[in-house]
Design a protein around this ligand. Structure first.
Ligand code: HDE
Length: 689
C-alpha cells in the first residue's frame, strides 16, 4: 500500500485514510471557496452529540448531492458520447453553401452521442432497440445538429403520434416493467394497430437492432432535408453515415448474455477503442435528388417510414467523421449535450416532413425541462465555437452576459459586437417553399402504402438474416400475453411475406392463420431487391477493430501466443487474455502473461472470435470449471471462429464438441497465427449447424 494511504487512525478523526495536501492548490474548499479542514466528520455538540445547524460544510455537501440528478431524457436516456472532427471532401460546394462542406480537408469539431431509445439511463447497452446517432457539428456558421438513428426509417409518419409510440414501448404504467424491452403487450398492441410502423418493425426485428459495437453501425438522418447553394438552388438530400470498420451485429442469445456479463458493453468498447488510439471513423454520405425524381418516385419523400434504395439514388461520400477524444466528464458533456433538430445552418434546410416539423418543436422544449433554463446554450458542450451575438438576456444561470446598454432592436446606438444587427445577405434564409391549402388534420394519400417497402426489406435479406427476423418476431410476440395481439401482428405479416407470416404463426403455435390485415394499398411485391439493406451482403471482411478472447492456462505455448498476438497487432485488432486467475498465466517458457479477465468474468460473448491456448494439463483443469466450458460452447453456438492448440482438446471432449468441430474451428500453430485471423475476418462461421 502506498505510504500516502496508510491507515492513521487519528484520535477523533474516525480513523480515515487521512493525508494532508502537499501544496496550497490541493486544499479542498467549499463551493464558496472557503478552505475545508475536515470533510469526513460533521460538526457536533460533544463527541457523541447531535449535529449543529451551523455546519456549512456538511449542509453544502449534502445540499449539492441532493440536487445532483437532472431529469433523464424522456427517450434516448441511455447514451454515450465522444468528441472528434468532421473532415470535408469538398465535393458538394456546388450544391450547398454550408460552410463545413466548402473546402477539401476543412475540419469541423463534432460531438457525437449514441443511445438506445426505450431504456432508462441505467439500462443495459444491448436490448433489441433502435440506436440514436446524434452529431453536433460546431461549424463556423453555428451549430448544426444531425439527430439521426441507425435505422433509416421511423415507426410513425406524424409527430402527434410520438408520445403514444413511446408510452407503448416504455415500461407499462401500472407495473413499471419491462425495462428496455419492446417484448410486451402494450408495444405490440400499439404496433399492430399502426400499420405505418410495419417497415420500421422489419428493421427493428433485424440484426440492425443488436449492433456488436457502436463503431460498427450505420447512421441515417432519416428525413429528407434540403441542400441550398449560393444561388439559392435547392436539392433534396438524405444523410447516411457509413462505418469505416463495416457493419456487424451480435446474435440474440449473445445480446442476452452480454447484458448480464457487461451492461456497459457498448460504452466500454467505444471508450477503450478511443483510449487505445483506434479512432472510429464514419464517412458521411448523401443521396441527392431533385423535385423531378421526388415526383416520380413510388413513395412520398416526405414520408419518414420510407427510404430511397441506394441502388436508385447512390450515396455520394462527402466527408468523414473521426471520434478521437473521450469526454472529460460524463455529466457535463454526454448528459448535458442538448441536440435540437432545429439547429441548422445556412446551406441546409428542412422539408415539410410532418415528423421533422414536430421534432423541431419538441427538442427545444425538452431541453428546457431537462436542463432547467433557456441558457442551456451557455454550457460549453452546447455553445457554438464560432462567435455569437444576440440580444437575449438573463434567465437562470446566465453565464454570457452582454456588455453595454443595448438590449433591443431597432436602436440608434453605435454598432459593435455588443450591438449586432441581422444581415439579409449572409444570414440564414428559409427556402421559399410555396405553401397553400386548407387547415385540416389529414394524412396525405401519398403516405398510404405501408407494406411494400417492408416486403422489399425482408426480401433483400440473406436467409440467415431472414431467419433472425423470424426468430425475433417469435421471441417478442411470445412475451405478449394477449392472443388477439399476436394474431393481429401475424395478419400484418401476411401483407409483407406469406412465408414469414407462416413461420411466425407456426413458431407461436397459432391454431388458425388469421386473415391478412386490411390494407389501404396492395403490397407491391415487385420492388427490386436492394443489397444495401442487408448487413451480411456487405460484410466488412476484416478483423480490424475486433477483439479476440484468448482462453489461456499455465504452460501455454509461448511461440503460438506470440505468433497470434503479432498477427492481431498487424491486423489492427485487440485481444484479452482470459485466465483461471486474474493475475495471468505462465507460458511453457516461464514468461508471465498478464490476465485481463478471470474465466468467470470474461465469457466468450464479449469477443468476436476466441482462441484456446492451453497446456494439456491446463485444459483438463478448465474442464472442471463450468464457465470455461460455457466459454467454448457459447463461442461454438454463436458461430464464432475458434482457434485452438492441439493440447486444448480435453476441453472440447468434455463439452461434447469434439465430433462437431468444423472449418470454423481452426488448429493454431506457431506458423499459422495469420491464417487463423484470415478466416476469423469473416466474423462468423454461418455454415455451422
Ligand atoms: Fe427524437 N427525441 N423524436 N427522434 N431523438 C429526443 O430530445 C422526438 C425521432 C433522436 O443523444 C428527445 O434531447 C419526437 C426520429 C435521437 O441527446 C425528444 C419525434 C429520430 C435522440 C425527442 C422524434 C430521432 C432523440 C428526448 C417524432 C431519428 C437523442 C431527449 C416526431 C431521425 C439525442 C432529447 C441525444 C431525442 C422527440 C422522432 C432521433 C423528446 C417528438 C425520427 C438520436 O425531444
Amino acid at each position: 500500500m502506498a505510504e500516502s494511504f496508510k491507515y492513521k487512525g487519528n484520535k477523533g478523526s474516525g480513523g480515515e485514510l487521512h493525508q494532508k495536501p502537499e501544496a496550497q492548490d490541493q486544499v479542498m474548499t467549499t463551493a464558496q471557496g472557503c478552505p475545508v479542514s475536515d470533510d469526513q466528520n460533521s460538526l457536533k455538540a460533544g463527541e457523541r452529540g447531535p449535529g449543529l445547524i451551523e455546519d456549512h460544510v456538511l449542509r453544502e455537501k449534502l445540499f449539492h448531492f441532493d440536487h445532483e440528478r437532472i431529469p433523464e431524457r424522456v427517450v434516448h436516456a441511455r447514451g454515450y458520447g465522444a468528441h472528434g472532427y468532421f473532415e470535408s471532401y469538398g465535393n458538394v460546394s456546388d450544391i450547398t453553401s454550408a460552410d463545413l462542406f466548402q473546402k477539401k480537408g476543412q475540419k469541423t469539431p463534432v460531438f457525437t452521442r449514441f443511445s438506445t431509445v426505450a431504456g432508462n439511463k441505467g439500462s443495459p447497452d444491448l436490448p433489441r432497440d433502435v440506436r440514436g446517432f446524434a452529431v453536433k457539428f460546431y461549424t463556423n456558421e453555428g451549430n448544426w445538429d444531425l439527430v439521426g438513428n441507425n435505422i433509416p426509417v421511423f415507426f410513425i409518419q406524424d409527430a402527434i403520434k410520438f408520445p403514444d409510440l413511446i408510452h407503448s414501448a416504455k415500461q407499462e404504467p401500472d407495473r413499471g416493467f419491462p425495462q428496455a424491452q419492446t417484448a410486451h403487450d402494450n408495444f405490440w398492441d400499439f404496433i399492430s394497430l399502426t400499420p405505418e410502423s410495419m417497415h420500421m418493425v422489419m428493421w427493428a426485428m433485424s440484426d440492425r437492432a443488436i449492433p456488436r459495437s457502436l463503431r460498427f453501425m450505420e447512421g441515417f438522418g432519416v428525413h429528407t432535408f434540403k441542400f441550398v447553394n449560393d444561388k439559392g438552388d435547392e436539392k433534396f438530400v438524405k444523410f447516411h453515415w457509413k462505418p469505416k470498420l463495416g457493419m456487424q451485429s451480435v446474435v440474440w442469445n449473445e445480446a442476452l448474455k452480454i447484458n448480464g456479463a457487461d451492461p456497459d458493453f457498448h460504452r466500454r468498447d467505444l471508450w477503450d477503442a478511443i483510449q487505445a488510439g483506434d479512432y472510429p471513423e464514419w464517412e458521411l454520405g448523401v443521396q441527392v435528388f431533385d423535385r423531378e425524381f421526388a415526383d416520380k418516385f413510388e413513395f412520398d419523400v416526405l414520408d419518414a417510414t420510407k427510404l430511397i434504395p441506394e441502388e436508385e439514388v447512390p450515396v455520394k461520400l462527402i466527408g468523414k467523421m473521426v471520434l478521437d477524444r473521450v469526454v472529460d466528464n460524463f455529466f457535463a458533456e454526454t448528459e448535458q449535450v442538448a441536440f435540437c433538430t432545429q439547429n441548422i445552418v445556412p446551406g441546409i434546410d428542412f422539408t415539410e416532413d410532418p415528423l421533422l416539423q414536430g421534432r423541431n418543436f419538441s427538442y427545444l422544449d425538452t431541453q428546457l425541462k431537462r436542463l432547467g433554463s433557456p441558457n442551456f446554450t451557455h454550457l460549453p458542450i452546447n455553445a457554438p465555437k464560432c462567435p455569437f451575438r444576440h440580444l437575449q438576456q438573463d434567465g437562470h444561470m446566465a453565464m454570457h452576459n452582454p456588455k453595454g446598454r443595448v438590449n433591443y432592436e431597432p436602436n440608434s446606438w453605435p454598432r459593435d459586437e455588443h450591438n449586432p444587427r441581422a444581415c439579409p445577405d449572409t444570414g440564414f434564409k428559409s427556402t421559399a417553399e410555396p405553401v397553400s391549402g386548407s387547415k385540416l388534420r389529414y394524412r396525405s394519400e401519398t403516405f398510404a402504402d405501408h407494406y411494400s417497402q417492408a416486403a422489399q426489406f425482408y426480401r433483400s435479406q440473406t436467409d440467415i438474416e431472414q431467419m433472425h427476423i423470424q426468430n425475433a418476431l417469435t421471441f417478442e410476440l411470445s412475451k405478449v400475453e394477449t392472443l388477439a395481439i399476436r394474431e393481429r401482428m401475424v395478419s400484418h405479416l401476411l401483407n409483407i411475406d406469406k412465408e414469414l407470416a407462416q413461420t411466425v404463426a407456426d413458431n407461436l403455435g397459432l391454431q388458425e392463420m388469421p386473415e391478412a390485415a386490411e390494407a389501404a394499398m396492395k403490397t407491391n411485391t415487385k420492388l427490386k431487391i436492394s443489397d444495401a439493406l442487408s448487413i451480411l451482403k456487405n460484410a466488412p471482411n476484416t478483423f480490424k477493430g475486433r477483439k479476440l478472447g484468448i482462453l489461456a492456462t499455465d504452460g501455454m505455448d509461448e511461440g503460438i501466443l506470440n505468433a497470434l498476438t503479432d498477427a492481431l497487432k498487424n491486423a489492427g485488432a485487440m485481444y484479452e487474455v482470459v485466465a483461471p486467475t486474474v493475475n495471468g498465466v505462465k507460458t511453457d517458457k516461464g514468461t508471465h502473461v498478464k490476465g485481463d479477465q478471470l474465466v468467470n468474468g470474461g465469457p466468450s460473448v464479449l469477443y468476436d472470435a476466441v482462441a484456446i491456448i492451453t497446456s494439456a494439463e491446463g485444459a483438463k483443469k478448465l474442464s472442471d470449471i463450468p464457465e470455461a466450458k460455457d466459454f467454448v460452447m457459447d463461442a461454438f453456438a454463436h458461430k464464432k471462429y475458434i482457434g485452438y492448440t492441439s493440447s486444448a482438446m480435453p476441453l472440447f471432449e468434455e463439452t461434447n464438441l469434439k465430433g462437431k468441430m468444423d472449418k470454423g474451428c481452426i488448429e493454431i500453430t506457431a506458423a499459422n497465427g495469420k491464417d487463423f485471423l484470415n478466416e476469423a475476418k469473416n466474423l462468423r462461421f454461418w455454415k455451422r449447424k
